[in-house]
Design a binder for this molecule. Structure first.
Ligand SMILES: Cc1cc2nc3c(=O)[nH]c(=O)nc-3n(C[C@H](O)[C@H](O)[C@H](O)COP(=O)(O)OP(=O)(O)OC[C@H]3O[C@@H](n4cnc5c(N)ncnc54)[C@H](O)[C@@H]3O)c2cc1C
Length: 356
């Protein structure tokens, strides 16, 4: 594609970098995307929920407002991808069913309802007697829950795959190497890998929870800490036509995103750890809670576990930091990076356009 606006270098091809590349390339920028293993970071582990209602949390009002706009933004991305390559990026608008497992969990769900109402969410109390089908596969001891409209999910693997195809069709170049340095040289940006140097007009840093390259790392004000999370993927229970199941089980949060065909994503653990290992206790807790909530998982097959590092900022909110007039850093998306990616991409474009 002929560049009309200039060259953008994007460091990191997770959901944030890949979606930003798509938006920038589609709006006339020539894009080079750097990543030794595109899509292998937190994005790989993510369940793919776009669930502002289920995610309300005191103190995260601004983040909630952002998330509320994310579903429409994903619909736009899906339409643009389809127009370009003819493949459908599926966004499943199922809503969420939130339940408590025991009496004290149900009290926590009641408290959640009060917080949600303050955010303008209108949870609907549903009971097994009135809405039996909603409780398919859910333990008989759970007899009521909150139905949260407007929540959705997508498959992050599919999103990365289709966005990468769309990017290729727009001429986005992918360099499968780690960026070691990122610098500014007059009216250009420059990045180096182990054996090459690249120049561009503007640069976007989208390295998730990973350390920034030298040259920018010591020039930023924000701090991001990695919060490890694990999802377990199983095959054998299909609730895909029903709302995504979320629960509080013995005080711990649990979700099961059920895809057509019986593939389910169970999640997620959360640890202040950086090492990407699966701890026995972590896995045992997650599976025990899941089995208690959904007894029919007993005979489901474990497909794999996936781990990733959520990028958490000090106030748990996403940010766009202008490092200098040519480099911007997009991170801090924490539990919501898949949700917020199309909005982050808009920020990347605004930053780049601001230079012209
Ligand atoms: C278990 C789990 C479940 C989650 N579930 C959800 C969910 O349901 N919904 C939701 O919205 N969010 C969810 N999240 C959060 C979401 O996954 C993250 O917020 C999001 O993936 C962050 O995207 P990113 O592109 O910034 O980072 P990443 O996906 O981590 O990508 C960063 C990329 O940068 C590359 N990179 C790093 N340094 C360099 C370098 N120097 N040079 C070149 N490349 C580099 C890495 O290889 C990586 O591919 C979940 C996270 C976890 C861990």
């Amino acid at each position: 594609m002929t560049s009309t606006k200039g060259d953008v270098l994007i460091v990191g091809a997770g959901v944030i970098g890949t979606t930003s590349a798509f938006r920038l390339a589609r709006t006339g920028w020539r894009v080079t995307l750097f990543d030794p293993a595109p899509g292998s970071g937190a994005t790989w582990a993510a369940a793919g929920m776009i669930a502002p209602s289920a995610e309300v949390s005191p103190g995260e009002e601004e983040n909630f407002a952002l998330q509320r706009g994310a579903l429409a933004a994903w619909r736009d991305v899906a339409r643009d991808v389809f127009d370009l390559i003819g493949d459908a990026l599926d966004v499943f608008e199922t809503g969420t069913l939130l339940v408590g497992y025991d009496a004290s969990d149900r009290r926590l769900v009641d408290q959640f309802a009060l917080v949600a109402q303050r955010f303008g969410v209108e949870p609907q109390l549903v009971t097994r007697d009135d809405h039996e089908a909603l409780f398919d596969d859910v333990s008989p001891r759970v007899y009521e829950g909150l139905l949260l409209e407007g929540d959705a999910w997508l498959d992050p693997d599919q999103a990365i795959d289709l966005l990468s195809k769309a990017n290729a069709s727009l001429g986005v170049k992918v360099v499968r190497q780690q960026v070691l340095t990122a610098t500014t040289d007059g009216d250009h940006v420059e990045v180096t890998t182990a054996d090459q140097t690249f120049r561009g007009d503007v640069g976007i840093l989208a390295t998730g929870a990973r350390a920034l390259p030298q040259g920018v790392a010591d020039r930023v004000a924000n701090v991001v800490r990695p919060v490890r999370g694990m999802t377990v993927r199983v095959q054998g229970v299909d609730r895909s036509s029903l709302p995504t199941l979320r629960a509080i089980v013995r005080g711990r949060s649990l979700y099961m995103v059920s895809r057509p065909g019986g593939y389910c994503v169970l999640g997620a653990s959360s640890d202040e750890q950086e090492e990407l290992v699966v701890e026995v206790g972590e896995l045992q807790r997650l599976l025990r809670d899941a089995l208690d909530l959904v007894p029919s998982l007993e005979s489901a097959a474990i497909v794999e576990t996936r781990q990733g590092l959520r990028p958490a900022s000090k106030d748990l909110a996403p940010f766009v930091e202008t490092v200098d007039e040519r480099w911007a850093w997009l991170s801090g998306h924490y539990r919501h990076g898949v949700t917020l990616a199309p909005l982050a991409a808009r920020e990347a474009q605004s930053f780049a356009e601001g230079l012209t």
